[in-house]
Design a binder for this molecule. Structure first.
Ligand code: AMP
Length: 392
C-alpha cells in the first residue's frame, strides 16, 4: 500500500498537490470539468486540515509561445473557484519571485494554482523530461507532496516524479481510488474474469493482451482491432481497419489461446465512414471488398453479452465500434447495458471507453471508470507507473 494523504501532517504545511487539470478548453471555455470535480475531495481535505495548498498541473502540450495563450490554466482557476465557492489565487508563472512571494504569504486554507507546468517545456522540455533542477526547485516551494494525478502517473515529469524525489510524499484520494479498483481487479479478480478490448489499433493493446491473456478467462475483441485478428484467421475484411504489422502476432495469439479469444461473428458495415452512407449487418465472412466493419453486429452483441453475464469481473478498454457516430454506437451501448445487468465488478479503462460510457449515461453505474487512459493501459500491461512508484 502506498502512503496516502491521511498519513501526512498537513497543518500549516505548504502542501504541493499534483492534480490532473488537463481538461478540454475551447476559446477559453472549459468543455468538460470532470477532472476538476474529481480532484475536489483531495483539495478540500487538505484545505480543511489547515494546509497551504499549492496546486500544479499540466494542460495540453506547449511547443510554441502561442501555445501558452491557449493552454493557460487561468480558466481552470475560475472554474475551481466556482466549484469550491472560494478564492483561488492564480499565479501566471511556473517559477520566479512573484510565485515564491505569493506562496510565502499564504495562510492556512489558502489555495494557489500555479500556471501550466508544461510552460517549462519551451525551455528544453524541462517538465516532460523531468529536469532535475526544475523538480528540486518546485520541491523547494513546499513542505510535503501529494500526487493525485493518475492520468499522468505513467510519465516521469518534474512535477510528479521530480518533486516526489525531494519531499515526503503520498497519494491523494483520486489516485488511491484508481489503485484500489484497478489493481485487485487485475491481480486477484473474482472469476470468471473477462477482458473486453476494442479501439482502433492492435499495436496499442499488444502489451495488455500479452499480460492479461494468461490471467483472464476470456478476452472479447471488438472495434477496429478485431479485423486484424479476423484477417489473421483467414477471413475477408474488405476495407476494414487493418494493422498489417501485427497479423503475425494475432495469428500466434489465436493459435496459443484459441479458447480464450472471442471474436465478433457479425458486423455492421458500410462503404465509408460517412454518416449518410447506407450501412448493413452481415456475417463476418460476408464483408465485401469495398466495405468496412464499423460496429459489432446483433449476434456478436448476444455472444459478448453471454460472456459478460457469466463473469464476476470485467475490465474493458476500447469501444467496440465507431461510437462517435450514433449508427455505430449500438454495440458499445449494448455492452454497457450488459455490464450493468450482470452486476459484475465492472472496470472501465480511461480514454475513449470512459468518455463513451459517461456520454451514454453510465457514469455512476459501473464499479469504476478510470480517469487515466494511458496510465490505466500501462497498469493493464503490468507495468509499474513512475508517478506511483516514487511514492513509498
Ligand atoms: P483507441 O484510441 O485505440 O482506443 O480507439 C478508439 C477509436 O476507435 C474510436 O475513435 C472509435 O471510433 C474507433 N473505432 C472503434 N471501432 C472501429 C471500427 N470498427 N472501425 C474504425 N474505427 C473504430
Amino acid at each position: 500500500m502506498k502512503k496516502n494523504i491521511r498519513q501526512l501532517d498537513l497543518k500549516n504545511k505548504k502542501v504541493i498537490i499534483r492534480v490532473d487539470f488537463n481538461v478540454p478548453i475551447k476559446e477559453g471555455r472549459i468543455q468538460d470539468d470532470n477532472r476538476i470535480r474529481e480532484s475536489l475531495e483531495t483539495i478540500n481535505y487538505a484545505a480543511s486540515k489547515g494546509a497551504k495548498v499549492i496546486l500544479m498541473s499540466h494542460l495540453g502540450r506547449v511547443k510554441t509561445e502561442e501555445d501558452k495563450e491557449t493552454n493557460t490554466l487561468e480558466p481552470v482557476a475560475f472554474r475551481l473557484s466556482e466549484l469550491m465557492d472560494k478564492e483561488i489565487i492564480f499565479v501566471d508563472m511556473t517559477r520566479g519571485k512573484e510565485l515564491e512571494e505569493t506562496i510565502n504569504n499564504m495562510n492556512p486554507g489558502d489555495i494557489v494554482l500555479v500556471e501550466n507546468t508544461r510552460f517549462e517545456d519551451l525551455d528544453g522540455k524541462k517538465e516532460s523530461g523531468n529536469d532535475p533542477e526544475l523538480g528540486a526547485y518546485w520541491a523547494s516551494l513546499g513542505d510535503v507532496f501529494v500526487n493525485d494525478a493518475f492520468g499522468t502517473a505513467h510519465r516521469a515529469h518534474a512535477s510528479n516524479v521530480g518533486i516526489a524525489s525531494h519531499l515526503d510524499s503520498a497519494v491523494g484520494f483520486l489516485m488511491e481510488k484508481e489503485l484500489e479498483n484497478l489493481l485487485p481487479a487485475m491481480e486477484n479478480p473474482e472469476r470468471p474474469f473477462t477482458v473486453i478490448l476494442g479501439g482502433s489499433k492492435v499495436s496499442d493493446k499488444i502489451g495488455v493482451i500479452e499480460n492479461l491473456v494468461n490471467k483472464a478467462d476470456h478476452i472479447l475483441i471488438g472495434g477496429g482491432m478485431a479485423f486484424t485478428f479476423l484477417k489473421a484467421s483467414g477471413l475477408p475484411i474488405g476495407n476494414s481497419l487493418l494493422d498489417e504489422e501485427n497479423i503475425e502476432f494475432c495469428k500466434k495469439m489465436l493459435e496459443e489461446h484459441k479458447d480464450k479469444i472471442v471474436l465478433p461473428i457479425d458486423v455492421v458495415c458500410a462503404e465509408n465512414t460517412d454518416e449518410n452512407t447506407n450501412s448493413r449487418e452481415c456475417f463476418i465472412n460476408d464483408i465485401k471488398d469495398n466495405e468496412m466493419g464499423l460496429d459489432i453486429g446483433t449476434a456478436s452483441i448476444k455472444l459478448f453479452k453471454q460472456h459478460i453475464m457469466d463473469s464476476k469481473t470485467v475490465i474493458w478498454n476500447g469501444p467496440v465500434g465507431m461510437f462517435e457516430l450514433d449508427k455505430y454506437a449500438n454495440g458499445t451501448i449494448k455492452l454497457c447495458e450488459a455490464l450493468v445487468e450482470s452486476g459484475c465488478v465492472s472496470i472501465i479503462g480511461g480514454g475513449d471507453t470512459a468518455s463513451a460510457a459517461i456520454n451514454f449515461g453510465f457514469k455512476e453505474k459501473f464499479t469504476h471508470i478510470s480517469t487515466g487512459g494511458g496510465a490505466s493501459l500501462e497498469l493493464l500491461e503490468g507495468k509499474q507507473l513512475p508517478g506511483i512508484e516514487v511514492i513509498k
